[in-house]
Write a protein that binds this ligand. Structure first.
Ligand code: HAM
Length: 421
């Protein structure tokens, strides 16, 4: 029978058989952030709608088409977190984090909501791991943020990601660039989609981000931001590339990077992976030197990235699942069941992942279950063992058995596991 309820379109359940993969990637991310000196920040799952409208930009697809916006019972317009940076900047200003240091380095793992057309690697609720470094204007922090993600990929064993790097300039060089873009698109704009026509007036850079096939075609040969950089932006970009070279972090300069959010200035980057669809990137980020001020704080530079966990896991592919139990305690008779339960508890208290039978099954069925769970050892309790106050420990790989005094089992198992036997 078809189930009456299903998870909403574009969302997915992370099931027990998969959650260990999520945990592994999240733990690796936390560990790399710890090494780089980034502390966790957690912000609410919804914010005032205005925060995203102002922060991300009215002309972006995220704000114009993809937000999950609702009115609460008090008549406030709220929006489910549609990206991670604006909320972090909001918290940075609200709690005056600037007072805690000239550079504030934070990371997050958070669900993000966007009304997109669902497909493999694209969801309406996805999850991002991300970092934000707020307060440093120089290019070293740009290189550090990119290097952090590179280290994270190495840590989880994900190969094949290529970092594409560009600079999209700042308020200084943008007017001339926008002027050139408008001149380039002037003869074509009437044939382009209505969004591009609006973008032509408000933010012509957005035209380069349009997904409509005709418009993708029309932008071939469009001027690039890299060619229009002012002296300061050019110097900053050279600083980023030389720092990356010094750190031996590989990258490709790619002037076609646009980014889908309006707050970016100067450095912009994306990590592309061949196993993802052409439009889907593994990670995206960049510098946002105007955002803190735009959201009501003092002029403060910032940089960060976000990377979709679903995409990281998709590219990582199948991995060998860790064993669900270190030890399976098997009871060979009805009398042995209670002592087996007590032994399992003792092992668990000693830090050993322990499973046992809850269905009064035969010894044979219990041994099958122990193999299914991938248990390294079984601890067998039968009549013989009970009368001699012993437990039979069986190595499930080699089949070797040994007898251990009941009182010493926990310590013996710990020693076996710690010794990597
Ligand atoms: P973004 O490029 O919109 O940037 O998203 C970052 C990453 O989230 C993407 O590279 C992708 O891996 C993942 N992602 C985005 N949308 C989806 C989706 N519908 N389904 C699955 N994964 C998705 C930001 O959000 C910026 N806040 C990043 C940033 C942080 N920039 C500076 N600091």
């Amino acid at each position: 029978m078809a189930p009456r309820f299903k998870a909403p379109r574009g969302t997915q359940d992370v099931l027990p058989r998969d959650s260990w993969r999520w945990q592994r990637v999240e733990a690796a991310f936390r560990e790399v952030c710890r090494r780089f000196g980034y502390a966790e920040i957690r912000t609410p799952v919804f914010e005032e709608t205005e925060l995203f409208a102002r922060g991300v930009g009215e002309g972006t697809e995220i704000v114009s088409k993809q937000m999950y916006t609702f009115e609460d019972r008090g008549g406030r317009s709220l929006t489910l977190r549609s990206e991670g940076t604006a909320p972090v900047v909001r918290a940075y200003i609200q709690h005056n984090l600037a007072a805690e240091g000239r550079l504030v380095k934070v990371y997050y793992t958070a669900p993000i909501f966007r009304y997109e057309r669902p497909q493999a690697g694209r969801y309406r609720q996805h999850h991002q791991v991300g970092v934000e470094a707020i307060g440093a204007p120089g290019p070293d922090i740009d290189a550090e943020v990119i290097a952090l993600f590179h280290s994270f990929l190495t840590e989880i064993g994900l190969a094949g990601g290529v970092t594409h790097l560009s600079s999209i300039g700042d308020a200084n060089c943008r007017p001339a660039f926008y002027q050139d873009l408008r001149e380039f698109f002037a003869p074509k704009i009437a044939e382009m989609c209505e969004f591009c026509q609006a973008r032509y007036e408000t933010n012509p850079l957005r035209i380069l981000d349009c997904k409509v096939p005709h418009d993708v075609e029309a932008r071939q040969g469009a001027p690039s931001a890299l060619e229009h950089l002012c002296e300061e932006c050019r110097e900053h970009f050279a600083g980023v590339t030389s720092a990356l070279d010094a750190l031996a972090v590989p990258y490709q300069v790619d002037p076609t990077i646009v980014r889908g959010l309006d707050y970016y200035t100067r450095t912009a980057f994306e990590v592309i992976h061949p196993d993802l669809g052409a439009k889907d990137v593994l990670m995206g980020g960049g510098r946002y030197d105007g955002l803190v001020e735009q959201l009501g704080g003092p002029p403060t530079p910032g940089i960060g990235f976000g990377s979709g966990l679903e995409r990281l896991l998709l590219v990582l592919g199948d991995q060998v699942a860790p064993a669900a139990a270190d030890v399976y305690v098997a009871a060979a008779s009805a009398e042995a069941r209670k002592p087996a339960f007590a032994l399992a508890m003792e092992l668990r208290r000693a830090g050993v992942a322990t499973e046992l039978d809850y269905h009064a099954r035969s010894l044979k069925a219990q041994m099958r279950e122990a193999s299914r769970l991938g248990a390294r050892y079984t601890a067998l309790l039968g009549e013989d063992e009970l009368s001699r106050e012993q437990v039979t420990l069986r190595d499930m790989n080699s089949g070797e058995q040994q007898s251990a005094p009941r009182a010493e089992v926990a310590a013996r198992v710990r020693a076996l596991l710690d010794g990597g036997e």
